[in-house]
Structure formats: C-alpha cells, structure tokens
Design a protein around this ligand. Structure first.
Ligand code: HEM
Length: 400
C-alpha cells in the first residue's frame, strides 16, 4: 500500500472546507503532487510549486478556465481569468490604470463614505450578524458604485453571486441553482451594459465599452465585442465582492482569536495594512485556482501529462512551513516577500489594492469604535473556491 493511501483531498467536501489546514499539511508533506482518486486533476500544495506554476503561464495555462468542474474556452465564460497572452493582456489592459494603488487612493473619499454609511449604524452594546450588518454590503456597494449598479438591485446581485458559487457536499458538477443564477446575472449585467451604450457615464462599464486596443489578429485598433464586454463586467461584479466580504469577516474572526494581535492594532492603527496582509495569508478567501498543462511536467518524481488539470492550492501555500515561520499563528509584522493570496504572475488579482483598502478601512473603524468586540456563533457556506462565512455573530462591546 502506498504511504498516501489514506490521504484523501476533495475541494468539494464540507469537512475539508470547515478546516482544510490539517489535510493541506499532509498534502505538502506526503504528496506534494497529489492525484485526485478519480483521476480528474493534480493538486500542488507547496508554496514554491504553487508560486512557480502561477508565474509559468506558458506551461500552466488558464485557457480552460479557473475551475475543472466548469471548463471555459479562452474566456468565453469568465473573461480574462480564462485567457492566456496576448489576448489576456489586451483585455486586462483596458482597465489596468483603474485599479493601481494611485487610482485606489483617488477613490479614498468614496470608499470612506461607503464604510462609514454601513458602520455608523452599529450601536455599542448590541450583537449583530457581521455579514448582514456590513461585510456583505460594503464590498457590494463599492463595486456597485464603480459599475454603476442601482443601489436597489445590489443585494439581489449579491445573492445571485452567492448562489452561483455555492456547491453541494461531494458534488463536483455545478448545481442547477448555480447555472440558473449565472443566467440571471448575465441577463442583468447585459441590460445594464445596453443602457450605458445609449447613456454613457463615468462608471467602469462605460470605460470598458469605450476602450480600444490594438488587436494583432486584425492589425488594427478595435473595441471589445459585446460578448467580451459582458464577460469582463460579469467577472468584475463577482470578483469585486464575494472575496472581499470573506476577507473582512475572516480577518475579524482571526483577530478575535488572536487578542494580543488585536490589542496591538487598537494601540497602533498604523499596523492595519500589515494586519490585512496577514489576514489574507492566515485565512485566505481564495483557496485554489486551476490551470491545464500545455506540456508534460515532471515534479517531485511524478509525471503529469499535457492537457491535465492542476489545482494550485493557494490556501495551503499560505501555510507552508517551508516558506513561513510558525505559519499557523497570526503574526501581524511577519517578514513579507512574495505572497500568493492574490495569485501571482500575469493573473494576479486586478482588484488587490481596492480589496485591501476596503478591509483596512473596516478594521480602522472597528478598532476606533468597537475595540472590545467579540465573535460568537458562525456559519459557513460551501462554495467552489471562496472560503468564508455566511453569518458571524459579533457583539459590539460597550464601545470605545
Ligand atoms: C480579498 C479580496 C480578493 C481576493 C482574495 C482575490 C483573489 C484573486 C485571485 C487569487 C486571483 C487570481 C486568479 C487566477 O490566477 O486564476 C484574482 C484575479 C482577479 N481578481 Fe481578485 N480577489 C479579490 C478581490 C478583487 C476585487 C475587489 C476585484 C475587482 C474589483 C477583483 C478582480 C479580479 C480580476 C478581474 C481578476 C482576474 C485577473 C486576470 O485574470 O488577469 N478581485 N483575484
């Protein structure tokens, strides 16, 4: 019997989802190139292997999409996240100036306004569901404002995205509810795009609609096709909110579980940017991304064939003891180098600076106004790749 016979890893298991870190450790130690028992994919779990694969897009291609249960074809379903260069770079390039640190700094007042609007409603001495009270709505409003989604429609869009990502125990195929939710999202965003064609504004949809780039296939400048616009805007609306909701709530739970670290923040809020990075590492929202191989790869004595799916376990790489000292501890000011919680290489998260700033503003507000908050019961939702909560009981203490 091989030593790894009892090591079973499934990304679609509630038990794994509840606490994936013990099985991640076993994967790193016992089977750094792990074969799914049903031969559907390989799994890489060590930091160095994941980081190398993320950088090597020529071998680890994104063309078949970000998830093996629902393959894409060169971005037809999920835009840039399932494209390789040169097309990836052209379409991503349309918005590259919009999400830089400087561009996010220019949004500071707008971000402050969204955060204060939601958090000013909290009262000392009460207990709230942090998800319902602010963690769902802050990222949804931020991306809603950027895309120009009417305020009244945002909660509906958020619920559709949650339905799209939700999976059932042990089922790899996308459930009907997810397919149906995806159809509704596309129809909704499609209508929004049509209204911007006739009445452009200064929102992201109008920018994407008006953008042109040089297309090497035709040799001339062109704008995005209606389908490309739809898929890009769909991706932004999803990527912009689900993950950031989880970052905010996972971070507040982790800091509650590490009171010494939280007290340091309360005493010195300048530590918050580093604490947000640590929250991203310690309990990362995006647990894996997928690639397909364009050529055979030999790694740790194992041969993977061209065309095979490979899951890159960001959640495990972030806890790799070969890369991080005492990885299972939340340490605000641990030394930083390359980190892969936003991916790495050409697909590194476009919205990383925006997501960080949203979480920083929330942590700043809570540290100032509710330094004695406490976390109670929480409930998770099983999703395809994004790990976090759907409800988190939060007692707001007696205030500052
Ligand atoms: C904590 C919050 C977030 C996390 C953890 C996160 C995580 C990620 C990861 C891991 C990838 C890489 C996917 C891959 O390599 O296949 C990615 C890509 C992407 N993210 Fe994020 N994301 C977050 C927030 C956001 C926000 C706020 C936006 C937009 C406003 C956004 C937009 C995108 C886009 C467009 C891509 C595709 C980039 C490409 O393929 O070139 N994300 N994100």
């Amino acid at each position: 019997m091989p030593a790894t016979s009892s090591l079973i890893y499934s990304p679609f298991s509630t038990a794994v989802f509840e606490d994936p870190y013990p099985v991640y450790r076993r994967l790193r130690d016992e089977a750094p190139v792990y074969r799914d028992p049903e031969q559907r994919w390989w799994v890489l779990s060590r930091f160095d292997d994941v980081a190398t694969a993320l950088r090597d897009w020529e071998t680890y291609s994104s063309k078949c999409g970000p998830a093996p249960e629902n393959p894409d074809e060169d971005g037809r379903k999920y835009s840039v996240i399932s494209m390789d260069p040169p097309r990836h770079d052209q379409i991503r390039g349309v918005l590259k100036g919009f999400f830089t640190p400087r561009a996010v700094a220019a949004l500071e007042n707008a971000l402050q306004a969204v955060v204060t609007h939601h958090l000013d409603r909290l009262r000392p001495g009460t207990t709230v569901d942090a998800m319902e009270a602010f963690a769902f709505s802050i990222p949804t409003d931020v991306i809603g404002d950027l895309l120009g989604v009417p305020a009244a429609d945002r909660e509906q869009l958020r619920v559709w995205w949650e339905q799209f990502l939700t999976r059932h125990e042990g089922e790899v195929a996308m459930p009907r509810s997810a397919i149906e939710a995806n159809r509704k999202i596309s129809a909704y965003i499609g209508d929004l795009i049509e209204s911007r064609r006739t009445r452009p504004g200064d929102d992201l949809i109008s920018i994407v609609l008006q953008a042109t780039f040089n297309d090497p296939d035709t040799g001339g400048d062109r704008s995005l096709t209606p389908h490309e616009v739809l898929m890009f805007c769909n991706l932004l609306s999803a990527a912009g909110s689900e993950t950031t909701q989880k970052l905010i709530s996972n971070g507040l739970v982790a800091l509650h579980d590490h009171p010494d670290q939280w007290q340091r923040i309360v005493g010195d809020p300048s530590l918050i940017p580093a604490a947000v990075n640590e929250a991203l590492r310690y309990d990362t929202p995006s647990h894996w991304v997928a690639r397909t191989l364009t050529r055979p790869v030999e790694l740790h004595g194992v041969s993977m064939a061209a065309g095979d799916w490979v899951l890159l376990l960001l959640g495990s790489a972030n806890r790799d003891e070969r890369r991080y000292e005492e990885p299972d501890r939340f340490v605000i000011d641990r030394p930083r180098g390359t980190d892969v919680y936003f991916g790495w290489g050409i697909h590194i998260c476009l919205g990383q600076w925006l997501a960080r700033r949203e979480a920083q503003l929330v942590f700043e507000y809570i540290a100032r106004n509710f330094p004695n908050y406490a976390i109670g019961a929480r409930e998770r939702v099983l999703t395809a790749t994004v790990r976090g909560y759907t409800s988190v009981e939060m007692s707001l203490g007696s205030g500052a």
